[in-house]
Every structure is written in structure tokens, then in C-alpha cells.
Design a protein around this ligand. Structure first.
Ligand SMILES: [Fe+2]
Ligand SMILES: [Fe+2]
Length: 263
């Protein structure tokens, strides 16, 4: 059995500092073998910088996934091809910098991670994630059956459809992007664990990690506003997955939420 932990979208300094400070104790407490985190909002809510990605990788995150905010920090497109552990959605056109999947060696065998972006109500219209994921999974399954997929999307239905499309072909399909954890974790009939959205790692008193007052202002005025990162206590949202490392079947999926006091 291999135990994976997946953290939802890390929002700004509050989210990333809390993960960096607490990862060793979480690893010890839950006996985690492999950590994955979505880092698309790690730099002030907008994308991720190479430095922040390196800090997260150094503290023990094995793979960082992203989503629609992947290119918000201008340095990333140049750098991403040099660091295969930082993924961009796989369904960008051929020739886009970076990659949407990786297989890494661990003490318990190889683990593959894939990252795709949904298309419904998303600002970029990428290639069909259903087809693109299936093609890539065929290739990765020649190396390992332990495969985790981050499906980054707005609608619950598209993420659920992707999970059913991949049931039996991957160990887990975990949704990101909405920053709100859903309570529908389950194992599908052919052994794929699924959670519609894993939630976020960011300030608890916030709207999706941003200051409530400025988000509210945006809705009240329809004017452009600077969506500042909220401060204070941090809620970490994640999922913990036990996987049979030979077959790749999920044995269990458990939601994780913990509030960390910030003094
Ligand atoms: Fe996000
Ligand atoms: Fe997103």
C-alpha cells in the first residue's frame, strides 16, 4: 500500500507558509509516502514563481500541479521546461512549454501524476481533456498503475464525467479550482477514487482565499478591483489516498481539513 496526500489550490503566502511549516509533522502523523499540491495560486493568488515552486518542492511536495492561472507569473513559461515536477494542464496544444504528466520513482515503486483542465466555464478553451488524458494514461500505464489525476475545473459535472471516463484506468481523480471542498469522496466501481473538489489551502476568513470586503466590492460595483490575499488563520484542505501499488486500485479516500492558528 502506498499513501498519497493531495493538497488543494495553495493561495498566497498564508497557504504556502502553513504547508511548508507543517508538512514534516503531517507526513509523520499520517505516514504519507508522496505529496502532491496544486500551486496555481501560490504567488499572491496569481500563478506560481520558480522560487515558490522550488521552496515547495524542497519542503517535500513531490509534484506541483496548476490550472488556468499557470501563466500568471511571467517567469514561469521560460522556467517550467527545466523543472518536470511542476505540471501545466496536459491539454494545452503541442509545443506549449512544460508537461502535463510525470512519473517519479519512490521507495514503494513508481507514481504518476497528471494534470488536466476542464473546458466548461473556463477562460481558456483547451483541447479535449477526456481524449488527451486517455492517450497519456495508455503511455504511463506501461510504467506504473499508480496514477493520480488533478482535474482542474469549474463544474462538478465535467469533473465527475472525467472520473467515470477514467474509472479503472487511474488510482484517483481529484478536482481542483473552485477552492471549496466537496463532501462526495468515493471509490468508483472499477477502483478509481474520486473527489469533485479537494478545496484550498489559504486564509480561513476569506472568499476563496481573498479578502471578503474587496471581493464583495467587485460584485457590488462590477468595477475592476485588486483582490488582496486574506490573512489570519489558515485552513488546509487535502485528500489522503491509500493505493494498492501493484494494481493501482484505490483502497480508501479520506478528506482532510485542518485549521492552523496564525499568531
Ligand atoms: Fe485556484
Ligand atoms: Fe483555477
Amino acid at each position: 500500500m502506498i499513501r498519497l496526500m493531495f493538497f488543494g489550490d495553495i493561495v498566497g503566502e498564508p497557504g504556502r507558509s502553513t504547508i511548508i511549516e507543517n508538512l514534516a509533522s503531517i507526513k509523520e502523523e499520517f505516514k504519507i509516502d508522496f505529496f502532491v499540491a496544486n500551486g496555481e495560486n501560490a504567488a499572491g493568488g496569481k500563478g506560481i514563481t520558480p522560487k515558490i515552486a522550488i521552496d515547495l518542492l524542497r519542503c517535500g511536495i513531490a509534484v506541483i500541479t496548476t490550472g488556468d492561472h499557470v501563466w500568471d507569473q511571467k517567469d514561469l513559461a521560460q522556467w517550467i521546461s527545466t523543472e518536470p515536477r511542476v505540471l501545466r494542464p496536459i491539454n494545452y496544444p503541442a509545443g506549449t512549454p512544460g508537461a502535463g504528466s510525470i512519473v517519479l520513482e519512490t521507495a514503494k515503486g513508481k507514481v504518476g501524476v497528471l494534470n488536466a483542465q476542464c473546458r466548461t466555464f473556463m477562460k481558456q478553451l483547451l483541447e479535449n481533456p477526456f481524449d488527451r488524458l486517455r492517450q497519456e494514461i495508455e503511455i504511463l500505464r506501461t510504467e506504473t498503475n499508480v496514477l493520480l489525476v488533478d482535474v482542474h475545473g469549474e463544474t462538478t459535472s465535467e469533473k465527475a464525467a472525467l472520473a467515470w471516463h477514467l474509472d479503472g484506468k487511474v488510482s484517483a481523480v481529484i478536482g481542483t479550482h473552485t477552492h471549496v471542498q466537496t463532501a462526495d469522496e468515493r471509490i468508483l466501481p472499477n477502483g478509481t477514487a474520486f473527489l469533485t473538489d479537494v478545496g484550498m489551502c489559504g486564509a480561513d476568513i476569506s472568499i476563496l482565499g481573498r479578502e471578503p470586503a474587496v471581493v464583495l466590492q467587485k460584485f457590488l460595483t462590477s468595477m475592476p478591483t485588486q483582490l488582496h490575499i486574506a490573512r489570519g488563520d489558515v485552513r488546509i484542505c487535502a485528500a489522503i489516498l491509500d493505493i494498492d501499488e501493484l494494481t493501482g486500485r484505490a483502497l480508501s479516500i479520506q478528506r482532510f481539513q485542518r485549521l492552523y492558528k496564525v499568531s
